[in-house]
Ligand binder design. Structure first.
Ligand code: AMP
Ligand code: ZN
Length: 139
């Protein structure tokens, strides 16, 4: 279902204009209004899902094919050296728009490595084991 008060629903369904690079029955892929790099795209499902945990299995299955298609096209069109796929869920993870979206971010040699990065920490084998078991139990 689409939500009238959701900006990405309105963009995905063509009620608000966007730089659309690809569209099919289920998705619209647009250029991010405030790109992190040249060609930064967002894959938007036309149905409303708040985040990954709400995304239907059918959409989830089709999503990666769209990511691959537009990622390859951007790599060719813009001579990108790499592509990051980024997908934020929840405020703590940096999600600012509560309509599922996947970022497809072309990367170029020498660009800002901090854009998609984290600080690696040392890990404790015992704690890692506890974490492994805790996650396994929920599956
Ligand atoms: P996130 O932080 O993962 O929720 O990403 C939201 C993204 O949506 C940001 O990169 C914004 O620049 C982008 N954005 C917000 N509003 C618009 C809009 N109207 N058109 C295109 N991109 C947008
Ligand atoms: Zn929406």
């Amino acid at each position: 279902m689409k939500k009238d008060d959701c900006i990405f629903c309105r963009i995905a369904n063509g009620e608000i204009g966007s730089n659309t690079v690809y569209e099919d029955e289920d998705f619209r892929v647009i250029l991010d209004l405030n790109p992190g790099s040249k060609g930064h795209m967002l894959i938007l499902p036309k149905e409303h899902f708040d985040d990954l945990f709400e995304l239907s299995d059918e959409y989830a299955q089709k999503l990666m094919l769209v990511a691959k298609k537009v990622g390859l096209a951007a790599r060719k069109a813009l001579c990108a050296d790499g592509i990051n796929l980024v997908q934020n869920n929840g405020e703590a993870a940096g999600q600012t728009v509560k309509h599922f979206h996947m970022h497809v971010i072309p990367r170029y040699e020498g660009d800002d490595k901090g854009m998609v990065n984290w600080t690696p920490h040392d890990s404790d084998p015992e704690e890692q084991k506890r974490i492994e078991e805790a996650i396994r139990k929920q599956l």
